[in-house]
Design a protein. Structure first.
Lengths: 167, 220
């Protein structure tokens, strides 16, 4: 802890609602549809535009307009990616809970430490989505610790936050 | 250059084939999954293989296939494409290999020049990393605290380009400075960040920088 910045440890009760299996499946399906449908098609359009510019005459004005359109398509994809990542973090689907929470925290500029017992996929998805949704409401530069414990057939998720404030 | 592509999205894949041909490359194969790509690349020489990360065999067939390809044909360069720029996938790519590998967003290789540049860098053994991901990794923490905050603006620019896998010459060209000046900046960065490794060995330098930046973002 730096002497200039004073830190307050704020402990407040936090109620995370686990995401039920139907919603998990729905969100995962929507993300996949977004990725395989619109995102794939816009990426194909970007390639199409790249091909078009090969055949364009050497005209700076035209080249500039094509570059602008490319930028526009990239912006649409960035937005789709943002929505997809909120629906179902891609790393949660491919690599599970811990890497997924690190990935979401990194995008949010939040420092995170995750300790998790081995849990089945359904539990990982339910807990992962709940914590990922919560991370989006946490201010940047918060330090978050997540602990997932198995306990008598249930999973207990503890989230601890520490926020830095300039004093 | 002899290039092979595997992507289950037919529209994007076929477009990329045409773009590669327009760039003067020979497309030795265009297939829809990882297994077909392995069969192809083991039967004829391929300079660079382009793989979609999310394709069959599920769930992340591109990464599993890249790993198999690296073991079977170590001289084939690997370009992994994705809709998402994730540090986690980048690290998995670097676990597969630290020479002749790349990780880029699909739409960012949609032009002849950028595709050509990416492929030739990979073919010569370089690491190519999506610039927006490198930029996110080197972002200064709020308030400029920590060792990255202690870098000068120019050193920060050099660090960002290093994290993209750029060589000294490429960094010099991008920033309009001499290669000698870049060397000095890199030496200063390595000292300020207290990085291990030899700053003159290209791929080891990129790895040191990435490992450092990733650890910093995760552990705060």
């Amino acid at each position: 802890m730096s002497p200039i910045t004073r830190w307050w440890r704020r402990v407040r009760p936090l109620r995370l609602r686990p995401v039920d299996p139907t919603t998990c499946a729905l969100r995962r399906g929507l993300e996949r549809e977004l990725n395989d449908g619109p995102a794939q098609r816009v990426a194909a359009l970007a390639v199409e535009l790249g091909l078009l510019s090969v055949d364009l005459p050497d005209d700076p004005a035209l080249t500039g307009r094509v570059a602008e359109l490319q930028g526009g398509l990239a912006a649409v994809l960035a937005e789709l990616r943002e929505i997809g990542g909120v629906l179902f973090p891609p790393v949660l689907a491919s690599d599970g809970l811990e890497p997924a929470l690190h990935a979401v925290a990194e995008r949010r500029g939040v420092a995170i430490a995750v300790h998790s017992d081995l849990v089945d996929q359904a539990t990982a998805h339910a807990a992962g989505l709940a914590v990922a949704d919560h991370l989006r409401s946490v201010p940047r530069d918060t330090q978050v610790a997540v602990r997932v414990r198995r306990h008598r057939g249930t999973a207990r998720v503890d989230v601890t936050e520490e926020r830095g404030q300039c004093g | 250059m002899r290039v092979a592509i595997a992507d289950d999205g037919a529209l994007f894949r076929e477009g990329l084939v045409m773009l590669l041909r327009a760039a003067g490359h020979e497309v030795v194969g265009s297939v829809s999954d990882g297994d077909k790509l392995v069969a192809l690349a083991t039967s004829e020489p391929v300079d660079v293989a382009i793989l979609d990360i999310r394709m069959p065999p599920e769930p992340d067939g591109g990464l599993a296939t890249a790993e198999r390809l690296r073991a079977l044909c170590p001289s084939t360069g690997l370009l992994l494409l994705s809709h998402y720029a994730e540090t986690h996938y980048l690290m998995r790519v670097l676990e597969i290999g630290t020479e002749g590998v790349g990780y880029r967003l699909k739409e960012k290789v949609a032009g002849v020049r950028v595709l050509d540049d990416t492929l030739s860098r990979i073919a010569t053994g370089e690491i190519v990393i999506e610039p927006s991901l490198a930029k996110r990794l080197v972002e200064r923490p709020a308030g400029g605290a920590g060792p990255v905050g202690a870098l000068s603006e120019r050193e920060h620019d050099v660090l960002r380009l290093m994290a993209e896998g750029r060589t000294n010459n490429a960094i010099a060209k991008e920033l309009f400075v001499s290669a000698k000046a870049v060397e000095k900046h890199i030496a200063a960065i390595f000292t300020k960040l207290d990085l291990p490794g030899d700053p003159s060995v290209h791929h080891r330098r990129v790895l040191a920088v990435l490992a450092y930046l990733r650890a910093r973002r995760i552990d705060g």
